[in-house]
Ligand binder design. Structure first.
Ligand code: SAM
Length: 241
């Protein structure tokens, strides 16, 4: 269960679990999965970001903020963990500013054209206020793109290696998944999609990318099953109270 967790305890775990070595290793394009499965889809969904104000919500070491700034966006990265935001600030170039904050307590800012929240919502115990803050940070008609570990295939690599197939025994409940650096929290897919709808967004596209077989190099699981779920939605409908 997730009830023992608060956003503060989760953030502390991210702060202490993020080593200089791991941040350096993923500073340019993220890890292998981000490079090959997430980044191309996120960039396609965000479209031409030149001159656009983009919020990178839960930016971690800031690699994606730097990719967006390199494409001409005006980026604001939000990250609560001290170790990660210090690293991001150290590497920041032109067109990027950072705010240290929990997304669930986001300070007011000028509206953004797009908010990208990649691999963050499933790391937050109080995720609904965080998702609401992302949507409320947008101008009317703005674009909200979020990526999560696919709730139906969360432990893909581990179970595939163990059993030669994917196995999941619990889907409908909410529970903690302890990770190497920090914990994630499982919620069914409907929880995320229904919340986006309740926040007045219209879903434009849902992506479940698979790995190109030529890139697989022993990771057959990621060719056959989607390890990530990416949603692009736009604001516009009136927000529910
Ligand atoms: C898996 S990392 C993803 C980081 C980055 N978006 C990326 O793709 O590399 C999860 C991030 O969520 C951040 N995070 C955890 N709780 C948060 C919160 N309440 N508000 C904002 N970010 C949070 C962590 O500190 C960490 O940087």
């Amino acid at each position: 269960m997730t009830s023992a967790w608060t956003n503060e305890t989760a953030i502390q775990q991210w702060n202490s679990g993020s080593t200089r070595e791991s941040m350096e290793a993923t500073a340019e394009r993220g890890d292998f999965a981000k490079e090959h499965l997430l980044n191309p889809v996120l960039l396609r969904l965000l479209g031409d970001v030149r001159g656009r104000r983009v919020l990178d919500a839960g930016c971690g070491n800031g690699y994606f903020s730097r990719m967006l700034a390199g494409r001409g966006a005006q980026v604001t990265g939000v990250e609560p963990a001290e170790s990660l935001i210090s690293f991001a600030r150290e590497k920041a170039g032109e067109g990027i500013s950072y705010v240290q904050a929990d997304l669930a307590r986001l300070p007011e800012m000028e509206p953004f054209d797009a908010v990208v929240c990649s691999m963050v919502l499933m790391a937050i115990p109080e995720w609904k206020p965080a998702m609401r803050a992302c949507v409320e940070a947008l101008r009317p008609g703005g674009l909200f793109v979020f990526a999560i570990v696919h709730p139906a295939f969360e432990e893909l690599l581990g179970t595939w290696r163990k059993y030669g197939e994917y196995r999941q025994t619990e889907y409908l409940a909410e529970y903690e998944i302890a990770g190497r650096d920090a914990s994630d929290f499982h919620r069914p897919l409907s929880a995320y999609l229904n919340e986006v709808a309740a926040l007045g967004c219209r879903v434009r596209e849902v992506a479940e990318p698979g790995l190109d077989p030529e890139m697989a190099d022993g990771i057959e699981s990621h060719v056959r099953m989607p390890n990530f779920l990416i949603v692009a939605a736009e604001t516009g409908c009136p927000l529910m109270p």
